[in-house]
Write a new protein. Structure first.
Length: 189
């Protein structure tokens, strides 16, 4: 199963549990692109309804794909080559369907999830066993809005450390999840 990643900036909770559109950060785009390329992800979507943010991300992507950044750092250019900016998750799903000929299975996740969630090992097995494509949906800020997450086909278990503190950056969470879902063990060939 081909895996795609979406970094969603709305509908997101802020620290006061209000719905907001968070700002796209340069480092998230770079780091998640690099992680996605490392793990062979089929595509990476930066999702924001804010037109000025989409324009800014488009300029960033153009700089690294075709502009001075491509010559300056070809490895980064290669990682960013398959990143796309879209206004909402429906646009990302439509792009995946245009690429693959089928709608993706959606996997929503967040640090505060509990209850009926798919474990990382169950998800890894599903990705290895099934044909088709899946879209892992990550939120920024203080997480994806509850109703938005409930519309996902699956809710992927959160990453939990040994203590009570649980507020990873989204780029750290993306890397950990990609390693758990697609990474190779040292004994793997």
């Amino acid at each position: 199963m081909q895996l795609y990643v979406a970094l969603v900036h709305y509908p997101i909770y802020n620290k006061n549990h209000r719905l907001v559109a968070t700002a796209v950060t340069n480092v998230d785009v770079h780091d998640i692109s690099r992680a996605a390329a490392t793990y062979g992800v089929a595509g990476f979507f930066i999702v924001t309804p804010v037109e000025q943010q989409r324009l800014l991300v488009s300029e960033l992507l153009e700089h690294w794909r075709d502009g001075p950044g491509a010559a300056y750092n070809p490895r980064r250019s290669a990682a960013i080559a398959f990143a796309r900016v879209v206004k909402d998750l429906d646009e990302a799903k439509a792009a995946i369907e245009a690429d693959t000929g089928e709608a993706p299975v959606t996997l929503g996740t967040g640090a505060a999830l509990s209850g009926d969630v798919m474990s990382h090992s169950e998800c890894r097995e599903m990705l290895a066993a099934r044909e088709g494509c899946a879209l892992m949906v990550l939120g920024t800020g203080w997480g994806l809005e509850k109703g938005f997450l409930e519309r996902m086909d699956y809710r992927l278990a959160p990453i939990k450390g040994p203590g009570e503190y649980n507020h990873l950056s989204v780029r750290s969470a993306a890397s950990i999840l990609l390693d758990r879902l697609l990474g190779r063990e040292l004994s793997d060939k």
